[in-house]
Design a protein around this ligand. Structure first.
Ligand code: TYD
Length: 222
């Protein structure tokens, strides 16, 4: 199926505000007359949501980063087949909370999983369904972990990855910055340590400049 809609992913550590920013972007796109679906990983389809519950409970952690990476990939295949690819083929945009870069950062950089395994899994799971744009939300880990804890208040225990220590989260932050630096065409780093409206304006500027009025600049030069 040919891809017609745009595929935008949001990445970053715990508590950086991805879900708020996805909601704000979906609203902006709706105002611009663009239909976008909002989805997430792990999850985003019934079978992938079932795997999400297993992974985030910590039940799969005895298998180690390789076993977990394989489960994330299995969930991703189903999510793409059932949700992402059909939406893109219908011309809708897809806004996704985490995608393959999270496997690179969490299981690869922080979990120290061999890069060749990560690359192979990505080839198999993602294939041609690569993001057109990845927004990496970045902030100091003290703040993001504080926010993740506040978000959880009174409800659940920290999940499998929130329980990891400070060094793990520092490695993650750097891993996302490294991914963005290695693929500047696809990725933009957004300073998320600001009020959410300001962050939202920058997210919108990235999307608008790349996809909504790319002709304007060319016209201005004529
Ligand atoms: P979630 O509650 O969605 O976290 P957040 O709000 O921070 O996005 O839980 C998803 C967790 O799974 C998060 O800790 C990151 C982790 N994860 C991986 O380790 N690898 C992956 O490939 C994906 C998609 C997520």
């Amino acid at each position: 199926m040919a891809k017609k809609g745009r595929f935008i992913t949001f990445e970053g550590g715990e508590g950086v505000g991805k879900s708020t920013q996805i909601r704000l972007l979906a609203e902006k796109l709706a105002e611009a007359g663009i239909k976008a679906i909002v989805t997430r990983e792990p999850g985003g389809s019934p079978q992938a949501e079932a795997l999400r519950r297993v992974i985030l409970s910590g039940a799969a952690s005895p298998f180690g980063p390789a076993g977990e990476a394989i489960l994330f990939a299995a969930a991703r295949i189903d999510h793409i087949d059932e949700t992402i690819a059909p939406a893109l083929a219908a011309g809708d945009w897809v806004l996704c909370d985490r995608f393959a870069d999270s496997t690179r950062a969490y299981q690869g950089a922080a979990g120290k999983l061999d890069k060749s395994l990560i690359d192979s899994l990505e080839r198999v799971a993602v294939g041609e369904t690569r993001p057109d744009l990845t927004l990496v939300l970045d902030m100091p880990i003290e703040k993001s972990l504080e926010r993740a804890a506040a978000r959880r208040q009174g409800s659940a225990e920290p999940d499998r990855f929130e329980r990891e220590g400070r060094a793990f989260h520092e490695t993650l932050r750097q891993a996302f910055l490294d991914i963005a630096a290695a693929e500047p065409q696809r990725c933009a780093v957004i300073d998320a340590d600001r009020p959410s409206e300001q962050v939202g304006q920058e997210v919108w500027a990235q999307v608008r400049d790349r996809f909504i009025k790319p002709r304007r600049r060319a016209e201005a030069k004529d």
